[in-house]
Design a protein around this ligand. Structure first.
Ligand SMILES: [Zn+2]
Length: 254
């Protein structure tokens, strides 16, 4: 009963063999997943996939890297689509300081607008954070984003920030990096964050877990993430699967 909370099965990398990829996930014990759409191209495909499979849900938002491209109509479109029965969260949204396509102030503005949207439609948010944790936490506080709660997706910073996010009412989702041999922070986070606040994900096709690092990632590999967390917490994989599944269903209200 593995719940992969963040997949991009709507990405070009899965156009050829998406059905087989989904079948492999089912064979490995994945029972639910959320497909994330983050622009004009990927949002409709996310919803289409969610309509096609009972056990697949959609999240829709605007990616911070492309914040500069977002028009008012896009935000309105996302708000309208959020009423779709398979849409369970708004995002991914957030800040990405690694790429400089969109200036920081534009990213912050688009982030704040999406938090406001999520509050209007009463849905949890999915946060993308790259090299921007301090600003993310500040905005979450200022916008009182704890009202909706949500997910720090593929969390990759230290445990003290993770605890701040927990205090703000957010869940921490761990992906492939927790399995990397040279990873330190995600491993400490896996140990320190209580199981009832943890989620698992692949973020496929990116960030494939060890020993598939560097290859195309897919939802079947979320099992490797669950196994690593179980090892780090010294509990069974079943317990990790069961509890993170329950956490995801509560959060997404499914
Ligand atoms: Zn993503």
């Amino acid at each position: 009963m593995l719940f992969d909370t963040h997949v991009h099965l709507n990405a070009d990398q899965f156009m050829e063999d998406r059905d087989e990829v989904i079948q492999r996930a089912l064979d490995e014990g994945v029972t639910e997943m959320v497909v994330v759409g983050f622009d004009r191209k990927t949002i409709p495909i996310a919803i289409e996939i969610a309509e096609q499979y009972d056990f697949i849900y959609a999240a829709i938002g605007w990616h911070p890297v492309d914040a500069i491209d977002m028009q008012d109509e896009d935000l309105q479109w996302i708000e309208e689509l959020s009423a779709h029965e398979k849409v369970v969260a708004i995002g991914e949204m957030g800040l990405d300081y690694h790429w400089d396509k969109s200036p920081k102030d534009v990213q912050k503005d688009v982030f704040r607008q999406q938090i406001a949207l999520a509050k209007r439609v009463n849905m949890p948010i999915i946060i993308h954070n790259r090299e921007a944790t301090a600003d993310i936490v500040e905005i979450l506080k200022e916008e009182q984003a704890g009202e909706t709660g949500g997910i720090m997706h593929c969390y990759n910073d230290d445990v003290s920030y993770a605890k701040e996010c927990l205090d703000l009412g957010f869940h921490i989702s761990l992906g492939g990096p927790v399995t990397f041999k040279n990873a330190t922070d995600p491993k400490i986070v896996a140990q320190e964050v209580p199981l009832e606040k943890l989620l698992i994900e692949t973020d496929c096709p990116f960030l494939a877990p060890h020993p598939n690092r560097g290859k195309r990632n897919e939802p079947a590999y979320v099992k490797l993430v669950a196994e690593k967390i179980a090892e780090l917490k010294e509990i069974s994989v079943d317990e990790v699967a069961k509890e993170t599944n329950k956490n995801a269903k509560n959060l997404f209200r499914i």
